[in-house]
Design a protein around this ligand. Structure first.
Ligand code: ADP
Length: 312
């Protein structure tokens, strides 16, 4: 079942259509990557889900019925541009924000105590926000985003400003949220975190959805029957010992071995490749080249027709 879906959503700013007939389904308890180049319309879409702005057309369905103003209580949103009041004490501010989310004073105190202990930041409670580094402030913002146990969490570039250790802590917490049944929409340009975390993705380019679905299935459809082979050095160029229809895309050399990327014609298997190489070389490894989300993003976006606004 989908926790959230948007059907044929469009949004026009004065002279720019920011979203054009966008349909997106976010399955329950999945991590959903909202991807796209700068200016694609991602922030506009996130603002629409958060009911900060309204769409011109289209329908938004949350928990099986139309999205309503008070659904905001079930949503946690960490915007990309985030700020805390610099002069206020950390604990006081966290209490204030937690109560804004509808928690009682007692409940806010209990939950914040749990999170401050879990994130090992108890010592920060009485510090002023301005005494914390940017990364430390983001940790506070992350935990007040999840404090009210929302059904849907929306993170916009959650890892920006975090060192690798804290980014890992955040990743683990995002996965823990998914494990307990929370649905997560996650917008980023960091494709390695998309690979690590996302179940499904949508790619928006120039206001339109150009790719969507299960990330593993998408990767499968972008495979090109290309294999990376590591083998011992041989005197001849690899292409000269292979049938012409086996296309050597690249060759490189490391300390002990040569490595090559070889694209096979449709219907050929790695066994065919191994058979044709074996009389000439020793093979150390062979792996299928699975396209990265970075490759897929670039390929999908650059295959679109040129942007008329960017033409001379
Ligand atoms: P993204 O988050 O994918 O970078 P945005 O949703 O922020 O993209 O913006 C999409 C497009 O809409 C951009 O061209 C942006 O300049 C334009 N835009 C965003 N907000 C406004 C606004 N309030 N008024 C006019 N144009 C806007």
């Amino acid at each position: 079942m989908d926790l959230f879906s948007a059907h044929a959503v469009s949004k026009q700013y004065a002279n720019h259509k920011a979203l054009d007939n966008v349909t997106i389904s976010v399955p329950d308890s999945h991590i959903f990557g909202l991807l796209g180049p700068n200016g694609a319309g991602k922030t506009t879409f996130i603002r629409i889900i958060n009911q900060i702005i309204a769409p011109d057309e289209g329908e938004l369905i949350f928990m099986g019925r139309k999205l309503q103003p008070n659904d905001i209580a079930h949503i946690g949103y960490l915007p990309e541009e985030r700020g805390l009041y610099k002069k206020m004490a950390v604990g006081e501010q966290a209490m204030y924000l937690a109560q804004l989310k509808g928690l009682s004073h007692h409940e806010a105190q209990t939950r914040l105590k749990y999170w401050f202990e879990k994130f090992e930041i108890k010592g920060w409670w009485n510090k002023k926000v301005e005494e914390l580094s940017k990364g430390m402030q983001q940790k506070i913002q992350f935990l007040v985003t999840i404090i009210h146990d929302p059904k849907l969490l929306i993170f916009d570039e959650p890892f920006s400003g975090f060192d690798p250790i804290n980014a890992n802590l955040l990743k683990e917490e995002i996965l823990a949220q998914k494990e307990k049944g929370t649905t997560i929409i996650f917008s980023t340009h960091n494709m390695s975190s998309v690979e690590e975390l996302c179940d499904d993705i949508v790619l928006i380019d120039r206001s339109k959805v150009i790719l969507s679905g299960d990330m593993r299935n998408i990767k499968k459809t972008y495979k090109t029957n290309t294999f990376e082979v590591s083998y011992n050095t041989c005197d001849d160029a690899l292409q000269s010992i292979l049938p012409a229809e086996f296309q050597v895309l690249s060759e490189s050399r490391d300390v002990d071995h040569r490595n090559a990327q070889i694209k096979l014609p449709a219907g050929s298997t790695p066994n065919d490749l191994i058979r044709s190489m074996l009389p000439f070389v020793t093979i150390y490894s062979i792996n299928e080249k699975i396209p990265s989300m970075n490759d897929i993003f670039i390929q999908a976006v650059t295959q679109q027709s040129p942007d008329p606004e960017k033409q001379d």
